[in-house]
Design a protein around this ligand. Sequence first.
Ligand code: F0G
Length: 458
Amino acid sequence: MDLPFIEPFKIKMVEKIHKSTRNEREKWIKEAGYNLFNLKSDQVIIDLLTDSGTGAMSDRQWGALMTGDESYAGSASFFRLKDAVKDITGFEYVLPTHQGRAAENVLFSALLKEGDIVPGNSHFDTTRGHIEFRKAMPVDCTIDIASDPTAWHPFKGNVDIDKLENVIKRNDVKKIPCIVITITNNKAGGQPVSMANLREVKQVADKYGIPVFFDSARFAENAYFIKIREEGLSDKDMREIISEMFSYADGMTMSSKKDAIVNMGGFIGFRDKELYNKASVYNIMFEGYVTYGGMSGRDMETLATGLYEGTDFSYLESRVRQVEYLGTMMKQKGVPLLEPFGGHAVFIDAGRFLPYVPKEEFVAQTVAIELYIEGGIRASEIGTLMSDRDPETRENRYPKLELVRLAVPRRVYTDNHMEYTAATTARVFERRDSIKRGFRIVHEAPIMRHFTVKLEKL
Ligand code: F0G
């Protein structure tokens, strides 16, 4: 008999969870304008709002923190970070930034101008925001099957190569300064992109002379899926897979708050010195000098260490398995989910969960609020609220899928917490027929409204 699977780590420090009552939660969420971002963290029992910056650092990372070199220029910690990035991704030139969206801001300042087109798979909302803010246009070329929540495909994050090539052919190539591939594809449900697809994208891009950038927040989870799902690659080790993945990119933006398991940080990796030089000017303006760019020396140390830990196979195996464990329990209770489960999160298909709530009343948000009231679970809405309004017509954009994301922080929760989460979801699902109305907006910002929106119960 095989012994059971165990996590490849043990716990040295713990943090108290504040348990609350249902009555308290009903009051708090109303005071929060039915916006989960407005809750205080101690009003939440299990926080699955995001896997970003919420991971637990290791003893080695905390140790590395003490060795940070806080020199303004030429910090030794920067060079340790630069070496780690080069070693793992192959990119020669590195600009640190304070997080992923800052990397996008710097890179797109150097690359984009009004009227440009940026094709890719699904752009994350900050990426889309930074593109649209420059009056350029992101084009989502994800394969069609990604919008079918129950269809099984091992690499549902893939780019549809025909769609991509059509976008390029139908437009002036000079207006396409780059292609952005998000690994894993967060907006499509944390779905991976295959090695074969990355290779094909690069072939098309090379044919037209367009650089490819990876939005690499969850590149290690992507590599793990390649190893376990893609034919012919299971014998390769993680580092070989990662090197090959990045060999198909000209550069990367990184939100280190995900797969590098740090609480804050980001960077840009470049192959091209000229582009690095151009972006450096914006980095200095927006982030900080090129050898710290918004990060302290100690944070660059924990990031350099975290890059190695986050790309370790046994860690990734326990990580992805825990997400799968949560998804499997929810599925067994009949909860409609997006499948296969993502690398960092399980996504509830809110449209099937609450079929009576009209789409104008924010179906996914309604599910997320019910999960909070039922068991103090904080999830995030990836539906109409997040899709925001069309910048031209100001009409609501209704996405193909109304999703609620349960994103699992790295090395933070135990499987008992996952069981509690699944049970909470099942309880809401059992009383789904009594939920017929959703919410109405009473206040919203002109862009990225979901962060600050205030709602009223209908
Ligand atoms: N790209 C992807 C794919 C992301 O998921 C995120 C952040 C970013 C870029 C931006 O990075 O937060 O460091 O500025 N995603 C978080 C999430 C917020 O919850 O999925 P950032």
